[in-house]
Design a protein around this ligand. Structure first.
Ligand SMILES: [Zn+2]
Length: 342
């Protein structure tokens, strides 16, 4: 059994317990740094808000949260560590950059023109994985990757290739953002062809599409698939929870529970000013909370006989232990590559 890095240091992968694979304690769209006059930054105040979020999550019996906030979207590992220390919740943080449309692209685009970007991204990943983030000694447990709607852009591909290179040397888990449920199979294919291990890969936000063939195409490549936006309804292209339920039922009845993660992708504390949501959106987002699955969705699934206790434990406990604790054997890797060529 292998160890995984958390904001409080390495822990055994089989000790993670009940895990939410994708929630943001603190997140800001790049640009928030320019609005700090009104948005403010008070470490203690943010920490208290983070602690409240952690407690809400712990009330549902959750032991571990993966917070995949990209480097340029307000990742703050000292804050995460303070929240983890105060509550006992295990938190895994990330290294990585957001997708082209909503990330801070000028920095590495400039370096892309110079021809040095990809190597520098790889160096960034390796330094943070082996020595820690910004001098804190806190190490990421995952690399966050992201692609755009309908395309993995040249800019984004640099991060994908650099991440695979880093995974080959360190065994770190890769976790992705897909935009509106597109490019999931293509992400898995590209990563595997570059040499990544599908058993150490989570293709995220796949509940952004109701097209089951997309889900199956990811799962058949051996990767984990995350339906990780429960409660996030009403934004462009997002299916409703009811539509997500239909997809999930189909995947469970096909026996894919050992490759699935469920989460909410909540943003609990925004960097910058708190956004003011219009009334209709507030209504649609009322359940976009990190306890929504446990309070509403899972009880409903159990009652309707769609999910068993065994499947629930597999999804929320065993899969995290396996993702962080196992890797493919050389023979399994060969087989994957072969399967993709057919
Ligand atoms: Zn997210």
């Amino acid at each position: 059994m292998e160890y995984v890095e958390t904001v409080q240091g390495p822990v055994r992968a089989d000790s993670l317990g009940k895990t939410l694979i994708h929630e943001h304690f603190f997140f800001g769209y790049p640009g928030f740094q320019g609005d700090l006059t009104l948005g403010g930054f008070d470490f203690e105040e943010k920490k208290q808000r983070g602690i409240e979020v952690a407690k809400l999550i712990q009330e549902q019996g959750v032991d571990t949260v993966v917070d995949p906030t990209p480097n340029e979207c307000g990742r703050h590992v000292e804050l995460l560590k303070a929240v983890s220390e105060a509550t006992g919740l295990t938190i895994i943080c990330a290294t990585g950059y957001y997708y082209e449309g909503e990330g801070a692209t000028p920095y590495f685009k400039f370096r892309q023109q110079l021809g040095t970007a990809e190597e520098e991204i790889y160096q960034l990943f390796m330094e943070e994985i082996t020595n820690g983030i910004e001098g804190s000694g806190i190490k990421p447990g995952i690399i966050k990757l992201a692609s755009s709607k309908g395309v993995i852009t040249d800019y984004e591909q640099m991060f994908f290739r650099a991440a695979v290179k880093a995974q080959k040397e360190t065994g770190i888990v890769l976790l992705t953002h897909t935009q509106e449920g597109t490019m999931g199979p293509e992400q898995a294919k590209m990563l595997i062809e570059e040499g990544a291990d599908p058993k150490k890969m989570v293709i995220g936000h796949m509940c952004g599409t109701t097209d089951l063939t997309q889900h199956l195409h990811v799962l058949k490549q051996g990767a984990y698939l995350a339906m990780d936006r429960w409660g996030l309804q009403g934004i462009v292209g997002a299916p409703t929870d009811e539509e997500r339920l239909t997809v999930l039922s189909a995947l469970l009845s096909s026996g894919y529970e050992d490759q699935l993660f469920l989460s909410h992708d909540t943003v609990n504390v925004w960097w910058g000013r708190d956004p003011v949501m219009p009334e209709p959106l507030l209504e649609l987002l009322q359940h976009w909370r990190p306890d929504h699955l446990f309070r509403h969705i899972l009880p409903d699934l159990m009652e309707r006989g769609i999910m068993t206790d065994t499947q629930m434990n597999q999804i929320f406990q065993s899969n995290a232990a396996q993702l962080f604790g196992r890797k493919s054997t050389p023979a399994e890797m060969e087989e994957r590559l072969g399967a993709e060529e057919k």
